[in-house]
Write a protein that binds this ligand. Structure first.
Ligand code: MG
Length: 159
């Protein structure tokens, strides 16, 4: 058994009139994340962190956005697909953290639900995935509320 760490980063633009899906949770907002799928930057960053830790490449390798098969697939579903790839590779997620840069809306009330939804999607015990956020203090595109950036780290045990 060896321990492996992975890092994932994702960003999606906020646009009016779309549902805001983050960490597999629907968050009340008049803006949602644009994207080929549901734009769930938290789930995408976490998926990349897990794939990277397991040495399995990136989301783009497995689910290229040019492939219509992946259009509309939710971030939660991507995590479920990643969990199957991890299991096949003999890898298990021990812990993970997702940090969001998000000026709006306030995400604090949803951290726990996002963590639980993503833990469950990864077939990992409750509490495996922890979520936090910073407002970005008005700096950069995410800090100005033009989009949401997600950074994730994951620690895996690999056979
Ligand atoms: Mg993405």
């Amino acid at each position: 058994m060896s321990l492996r760490i992975g890092h994932g980063l994702d960003a999606h633009r906020l646009t009016p009139g779309r549902p805001l899906m983050l960490g597999g949770v629907l968050i009340p907002s008049d803006h949602g994340l644009a994207g080929h799928s549901d734009g769930d930057a938290a789930a995408h960053a976490l998926a990349d962190a897990c794939l990277g830790a397991a040495g399995l490449g990136t989301m783009g390798d497995h689910f290229p956005s040019a492939d219509e098969r992946w259009r509309g697939v939710s971030g939660r579903e991507f995590l479920t697909l990643v969990a199957a790839k991890l299991a096949a590779a003999g890898a298990r997620v021990l812990s993970a953290q997702v940090v969001l840069v998000c000026a709006r809306p306030r995400l604090g009330p949803f951290f726990a639900a996002m963590g639980e939804a993503m833990s469950e999607a990864l077939a990992a015990p409750p509490g495996t995935v922890v979520v936090g956020a910073t407002s970005g203090d008005g700096l950069g595109a995410a800090g100005r509320g033009e989009g949401i950036v997600a950074s994730a780290v994951a620690l895996l045990e690999v056979a």
